[in-house]
Design a protein. Sequence first.
Length: 344
Amino acid sequence: MRLGLQLGYWGAGPIENAAELVVAAERAGFDSVFTAESWGSDCYTPLAWWGSQTSRVRLGTAVAQLSARPPTSLAMAALTIDHLSGGRHVIGLGVSGPQVVEGWYGQPFGKPLARTREYVRVVREVLAREAPVTSDGPHYRLPLVGGDGVTGLGKALKPITHPLRADIPIWLGAEGPRNVAQTAEIADGWLAVFYTPRLADMFNGWLDEGFARAGARRRRGDFEIAANAQCVITDDVPAAIERYRPSTALYVGGMGAAEKNFHADLYRRMGYGDVVDEVGRLFRSGRKAEAVAAVPDEMVRETMLVGTREEVRDQIRVWEAAGVTTLMVTARDVDTIGELALLV
């Protein structure tokens, strides 16, 4: 089991002690550091800024949103930071959801699996630099032809800069069965959000479906499973649960439409369907405090590691036995980073 530090995306402002956390993570022996984006801070600028203080840890995005940049632009950012870091970049990608994709980026959300497959293929062609990059689409047409305002003068190109590595690992954020199976088929790792070892057999079944497909890129033995987890070492478990209850309510009830919320769907698979319905109803009616209160303790605790050092150590072993290869922790203080490093 390896440890990764998940810095996430910014709220109203930057993470105040992020630079200190990154340095502490490397010093403690963490394997990796990740940044994220939603509809505020981007993921690559903080990764480069804070990552410049490191020399060993892998630097990843978890996740860069597909609709935030064309695949060629993503590949440019990836090959750049891979050079600057001496070959330590991990590309983490995710489709986000329709509210963000259509509301923030102004792009259609439809066919997310097909878009992901095409996006990953284009990124890999850029990094391979074997020939000018072309794509017949339908989602990413290169060169662009036809349509209003298109000159028809576009030219297929190879990147000017030679990538340091043609095989920068690509990990995909995925929550549903078809998406997870495709991740096992085309990617080098799975970024699992709201992971619970209780459903390990279900998750592993989805992954095995992808590994078994013709042309699958990896097998389980060389595939990475990186699971996000809040990790709190404390004697006061109820207080820790209370601290993270609003986040669970937000993702279930407020981070997606009533008709399509991938986080809510995942919690339904965990058996919290009635709670999800109630939290969503309260959130959409503006009763956020009631929505938070409707989230039971076990629903919060299910996807986190919390308790005394000994209890957290035991929980880490459970996650490892379930198949998790990297535990991506959201620790926000140096002491916790140091303590977690001693438990793995």
